[in-house]
Design a protein around this ligand. Structure first.
Ligand SMILES: NC(=O)c1ccc[n+]([C@@H]2O[C@H](COP(=O)([O-])OP(=O)(O)OC[C@H]3O[C@@H](n4cnc5c(N)ncnc54)[C@H](O)[C@@H]3O)[C@@H](O)[C@H]2O)c1
Ligand SMILES: O=C(O)[C@H](O)[C@H](O)COP(=O)(O)O
Length: 380
């Protein structure tokens, strides 16, 4: 069996070498001639999978090792009888931890208590739903907006305007252009105009959920909100004007923990195995190496806010990725897009909170509760 795969999918050999022969290609460069004789195509978010790529191919199965599926024409695949599998939720935990790190950093730099702001979560699926639960347990006031879920899911939901009125607004919708609640340019000029200077807006969903030109203009006007962007319109050709104006900008890596990426590969391996009628023998967890940092100790002196900030930041500090992305502003225009992709390709090994075991010596129960809620492991 011939498998064509994006070279940035981790653990390709470990999961797929005994299923077929793998041809690895840069995801943005996969062409119709590359897949013509392939039976299986494995991609990440940068490969557009549609009739123009697959019409003359022998591909029978497409897997994307990502949560987002806006790069795949699922309707066309279905019409052609081509099986399709994505990896829902694979890196949801990574994105939740990215948002929590941003919230913690913002609170610390503004001298604000950690759990004070009201957080509006727009889109409450795998990422937003998990974030909602986590923040609820940590004592945040959460305003959840998800018009597609509100009729079926438990819990209270609010409308978009209520979510957009919160101290922090965080976007977790898919990118959609059709249906009753399309998200393309959901945050348009009109909605952006209503945001206030004291608000923090975080986008880890897809760049086009916000209108770039309108946001750049809003950030140049008086009373602009603080903005953190992980995702951008027209990646990898992102707006340098916008990057200069946001508080933190990262190169679409919110989901890039080792666990998140490996889960994505593991999920499409499972789907392909089931499709081929093969036994599912491997799991992402078996390929996880020991983390570089595996233990931290806090004593009874530990102040809750500082201890949480320290542990969160030791695991992930968004300023590191922001600094690296901002360095690309110095490059000539024609090299910037390649640098964006290169940062993602060579992204360091980032681990999740659960990879760290905390030793708590006589600390308050409240601190222990917060650490556990965040997902750190506590050494008893
Ligand atoms: N930055 C990253 O690295 C990264 C990583 C993972 C996922 N993502 C993006 O985040 C998105 C969300 O991920 P997820 O796993 O939570 O997806 P999901 O499909 O589990 O949940 C999305 C939720 O958004 C809701 N929704 C749809 N349209 C909406 C609207 N107009 N207003 C409010 N809610 C709406 C849906 O009902 C659903 O509950 C993905 O589609 C992907 O594009 C980005
Ligand atoms: O949808 C997702 O899962 C994420 O956006 C994913 O992390 C994107 O990473 P890429 O596929 O571009 O490597």
């Amino acid at each position: 069996m011939h498998i064509v795969a994006d070279e940035n999918i981790p653990l390709l050999n470990e999961f797929f070498a005994d299923i077929g022969t793998i041809t690895r290609l840069p995801g943005r460069m996969i062409r119709p001639e590359d897949v013509q004789k392939a039976e299986v195509l494995l991609v990440r978010s940068v490969t557009h999978v549609d009739s123009s790529l697959l019409a003359n191919s022998s591909v029978k199965f497409v897997g994307t090792a990502t949560i987002g599926t806006d790069h795949v024409d699922e309707k066309w695949l279905e019409q052609q009888g081509i099986a399709f599998a994505a990896a829902p939720g694979c890196n949801a935990e990574a994105v939740v931890q990215y948002v929590i790190s941003c919230l913690s950093l913002h609170a610390e730099l503004n001298g604000e208590p950690w759990a004070r702001p009201r957080v509006g979560i727009i889109g409450c699926g795998n990422v937003g739903g998990r974030l909602r639960e986590r923040l609820d347990k940590l004592g945040f006031q959460v305003v959840a907006c998800d018009p597609l879920l509100e009729k079926t899911a438990e819990g209270e939901f609010s409308d978009l305007d209520q979510a957009l009125d919160c101290d922090v607004i965080t976007l977790h919708t898919p990118l959609t252009r059709e249906g009753p609640h399309p998200t393309h340019h959901l945050l348009n000029e009109d909605r952006l105009a209503r945001l206030r200077e004291d608000q923090l807006l975080i986008n880890t969903s897809r760049g086009s959920v916000i209108d770039t030109d309108a946001l750049a203009a809003r950030l140049s006007a008086a009373g602009a909100p603080t903005v953190i962007l992980d995702v951008w319109e027209n990646e990898p050709q992102i707006s340098t004007e916008l990057l200069e104006k946001v508080w933190l900008g990262t190169p679409h890596i919110a989901g890039y923990t080792l666990e998140g990426k490996a889960n994505g590969t593991g999920m499409i391996y499972q789907a392909l195995s089931r499709y081929l009628g093969l036994p599912v023998r491997k799991k992402a967890g078996q390929f996880m190496p020991d983390p570089g940092l595996s233990r931290m100790t806090f004593t009874s002196e530990a102040h809750r806010e500082e201890a949480l900030a320290l542990a969160i930041r030791a695991t992930y500090d968004p300023r590191r990725d922001d600094t690296a992305l901002r360095r690309t502003l110095r490059l000539p225009d024609e090299r910037r897009a390649a640098a964006f992709d290169e940062m993602r390709k060579k992204y360091r090994t980032r681990r999740e909170f659960a990879s760290i075991r905390l030793q708590l010596k006589g600390t308050a129960n409240e601190l222990q509760h917060s650490f556990k809620t965040l997902g750190f492991r506590i050494k008893s």
